[in-house]
Design a protein around this ligand. Structure first.
Ligand SMILES: [Zn+2]
Length: 316
């Protein structure tokens, strides 16, 4: 019989919440006791990681499904492509409302871990690795702890395409995650570098990039996948923040507003920065490279304003 105060988790909960990680089985040395590797199809851990072609490296549970959705969709039900995701933090600092309001940090970590595993099932990921760090550790640029684990993972997975937070994101932990990932990528030998590295949208969307700087990632190949993928993160949506609907709307808006002169080639687009040059050339200054995008926006606004200002005779 159902009661209004039924306990959580529901006894029929299909996805285990206990962290599971066997370093020997996958060839990784990780520090956090709550590190968790989940392989939805049960493939042997080392083989599951080695088959990766597209890798997302993000701060929080549900960031993969927002930032790296292009990689997930590219690999979905493809025999020769596998998406793997790594989430750096443990979810203990997550906002909580509704029936999660009274959860302790420890209970919240279990909820977030389970939700991330569910998303991996829905999206048919090759693997998802939750490193289990506190945000405060990820934010430190002087320990090398997180960077070392990401380097190990990159050497095991050898992805062709990598999705990161973009360096202009306005969430502090996302920017820190970008740095740790970039440090790891830059430490790789040339033959282990990915072919392409994207900086993706979460807490700062990238419509502001000038057209020449916009990487257009087409994400309309599985229109039935996007909503349920973000929708499994019940603990983040239950308070009223409909990230599932917001992402669907954003991707449609991106496609519609990209170009005022043409009809939509794609019905859904994500925008990204091309961060590949930072990895190919580790001597490039990361701040200067990032501010270059901002400078080009400034020049674009300035030029258009002047073109049509008082006394202008421009026709076009
Ligand atoms: Zn996040």
């Amino acid at each position: 019989m159902l009661t209004s105060d039924s306990t959580y988790p529901h006894p029929n909960e299909p996805v285990d919440a206990e962290p599971q990680f066997d370093g020997e089985a996958c060839g990784l040395t990780l520090s956090c006791p709550e590190a968790d590797l989940f392989v939805p199809d049960g493939e042997e851990p080392r083989a599951a990681l080695a088959r990766t072609t597209h890798l997302g490296i993000v701060a929080h549970q549900d960031d993969l499904e927002i930032a790296a959705y292009h990689g997930i969709a590219e690999c979905y039900q493809q025999a020769d492509r596998w998406f793997a995701g790594v989430v750096l933090t443990d979810g203990g600092g997550s906002p909580r409302t509704g029936r999660y309001a009274k959860h302790s940090d420890s209970e919240m970590r279990a909820v977030r871990r389970r939700e991330q595993r569910k998303a991996a099932v829905v999206g048919e990921y090759g693997a998802v690795l939750q490193l289990g760090w506190a945000s405060s550790v990820v934010k430190r640029g002087d320990t090398g702890l997180v960077t070392d684990e990401l380097r190990q993972l990159l050497l095991l997975t050898r992805p062709e395409v990598v999705y990161l937070h973009n360096p202009t994101d306005r969430h502090d932990t996302h920017v820190a995650c970008f740095w740790r990932a970039m440090e790891a990528l830059r430490s790789l030998p040339a033959e282990a570098r990915p072919r392409r590295v994207y900086g993706c949208e979460v807490w700062r969307k990238l419509d502001w990039l000038v057209a020449a700087d916009k990487q257009l990632l087409r994400v309309d190949q599985h229109p039935n996948l996007a909503l349920p993928l973000v929708g499994v993160f019940d603990s983040q949506i239950v308070g009223g923040k409909r990230y599932d609907l917001a992402e669907d709307g954003l991707r449609r808006a991106n496609a519609t507003y990209f170009d005022s002169h043409t009809t939509d080639g794609a019905t859904q687009l994500s925008f990204a920065m091309d961060l590949t040059p930072l990895v190919i050339n580790p001597s490039l200054d990361i701040s200067e490279f990032t501010l270059g995008f901002v400078d080009r926006l400034r020049a674009d606004v300035e030029e258009r304003l002047h073109r049509y200002g008082p006394g202008s005779s421009y026709v076009g």
